[in-house]
Design a binder for this molecule. Structure first.
Ligand SMILES: [Mn+2]
Length: 272
């Protein structure tokens, strides 16, 4: 019988996932970090350009039966962690969850649950590390800042909370390098993303719902295209929309992203 701790996150891992995994590793130093699947392209590019990729273990090298503690960050949806779903549901496995998403009926049951209303999971970890007086190196601060900046649209999305700004300020004073942050956050769109954005612009319809203009656009792609949230945000800014729903069928799954900048429309509630 072995005792193995594993830190994992959701499919298509973004910078908030990477930041949260590395921060969790500081709380669970004997845990292995394992992605359940692929990463967003900018995260892959970042890992290639750094030494951090060597700190991650490959899923295929992990004997899942040996896992006794599973630390899940930036999600708690059973369907988003791949093979770790069955591990999380196994008797005798202690599950710890750190997340900033709203509750859903598909949430994984956990022994320790740290869920806070923040724009990023990274901000939750920065608060914990500060509380525990665990120091953050400049390189770590840069990655955690990438997590916060990406998930909050550089602190501009309405999901941003004061705590995200406080965490970002703390990371800056810990030596976070904003040149690296802007290099990886403000990167150009890929040709597939530009073409999807074009499809969404052309498919845009404005509906009048109780006197309120609500924008809807849908498109499809036979392959997965990352960062739909960024494309949705760009579309909202370009067309100056207050309420926007974007539905894209990719491969065999339907992805929905909703954004609202007015309080009368709670898109998170509608999307459920
Ligand atoms: Mn997140």
């Amino acid at each position: 019988m072995n005792f193995m701790k594993v830190i994992t996150t959701h499919f298509n891992a973004d910078f908030d996932c990477l930041a949260s995994m590395l921060a969790a590793k500081k709380l669970y130093p004997d845990a292995k970090m394992v992605f359940p699947g692929s990463q967003e392209k900018n995260v892959r590019d970042f890992l290639k350009s750094s030494d951090y990729s060597f700190q991650f273990d490959k899923l295929k090298n992990i004997p899942l039966d040996d896992i006794t503690e599973l630390i899940i960050v930036d999600t708690r949806l059973a369907g988003r962690i791949g093979q770790f779903e069955s591990v999380a549901k196994k008797r005798g496995v202690s599950v710890h969850v750190y997340d900033h998403h709203p509750n859903t009926p598909q949430d994984i049951e956990s022994e320790i649950t740290v869920v806070k209303d923040r724009g990023s999971t990274a901000a939750i970890f920065v608060e914990i590390l500060r509380e525990k007086c665990i120091s953050i190196t400049p390189a770590e601060a840069t990655i955690m800042a990438l997590g916060i900046y990406e998930d909050t649209g550089s602190l501009t999305f309405t999901s941003t909370r004061p705590e995200d700004l406080e965490a970002a300020a703390y990371l800056l004073s810990s030596g976070a390098n904003l040149n690296v942050v802007s290099d990886f956050i403000y990167r150009e769109l890929s040709p597939e993303q530009v073409s999807l954005l074009n499809d969404l612009i052309h498919g845009l319809e404005i509906h009048d719902i109780n006197g309120l203009p609500v924008a809807l656009s849908s498109a499809s792609s036979d392959r997965y295209i990352g960062d739909l949230a960024i494309l949705t945000h760009k579309l909202k800014d370009m067309e100056n929309l207050n309420v926007l729903f974007v539905i894209v069928t990719m491969e065999d799954r339907i992805h929905l992203v909703a954004r609202s900048r007015i309080e009368a429309v709670d898109v998170a509630a509608v999307a459920h």
